[in-house]
Design a protein around this ligand. Structure first.
Ligand code: FES
Ligand code: FES
Length: 169
């Protein structure tokens, strides 16, 4: 018997989307299979690894832990939405500059968690960074360069917010 489909509307990286989904469809499967946005990874689909982390209404969420229907009427951001006009987001650049990745599998989730952290806390301590990413597992890096990447991004974002006039006096 065919599954009942439910209509949902949501904002994805600033763009309005409408879709029909089965009640049991996980948000991560909706993002990857229906939207075709495969930057959000699946490492476990049991809420352990954090590879599927996206930002839902401003908060980092493991998208394998919620259903697509629960995103109805809400706004999600994925790693695809970070780059603007071919310029990397400061967090993406931080991971690049500080070698915050090796195989890259955990990276989209790490980056989305870090973006959400820096949006609520522009200057986190090392401990706060480590606490924020504690739900994101990395098998490769040992986390040291990931922490450096977030610190790099934090400094760059704060510098970018300095009034331009300050340097011209
Ligand atoms: Fe969602 Fe691992 S795929 S936590
Ligand atoms: Fe390989 Fe993190 S870079 S799992």
């Amino acid at each position: 018997m065919a599954e009942t489909l439910y209509p949902i509307t949501l904002t994805v990286n600033g763009e309005a989307k409408e879709a029909q989904v089965e009640a049991r469809m996980l948000l991560v499967h909706f993002i990857r299979e229906q939207l075709g946005m495969t930057g959000t990874h699946i490492g476990c689909d049991t809420t352990n690894c954090g590879a599927c982390t996206i930002i839902l209404d401003g908060r980092p969420v493991k998208s394998c832990t919620i259903f697509a229907v629960q995103a109805n009427g809400r706004a999600i951001r994925t790693v695809e939405g970070l780059e603007k006009d071919s310029v990397l987001h400061a967090v993406q650049n931080g991971f690049h500059q500080e070698h915050g990745l090796q195989c890259g599998f955990c990276t989209p989730g790490m980056i989305m968690t870090s973006v959400a952290l820096l949006e609520r806390n522009a200057a986190p301590t090392e401990l706060e960074i480590r606490q924020a990413i504690s739900g994101n597992l990395c098998r490769c890096t040992g986390y040291v360069n990931i922490v450096k990447a977030v610190q790099h991004a934090s400094a760059a974002m704060r510098e970018a917010k300095q009034p331009a006039a300050a340097g011209r006096a």
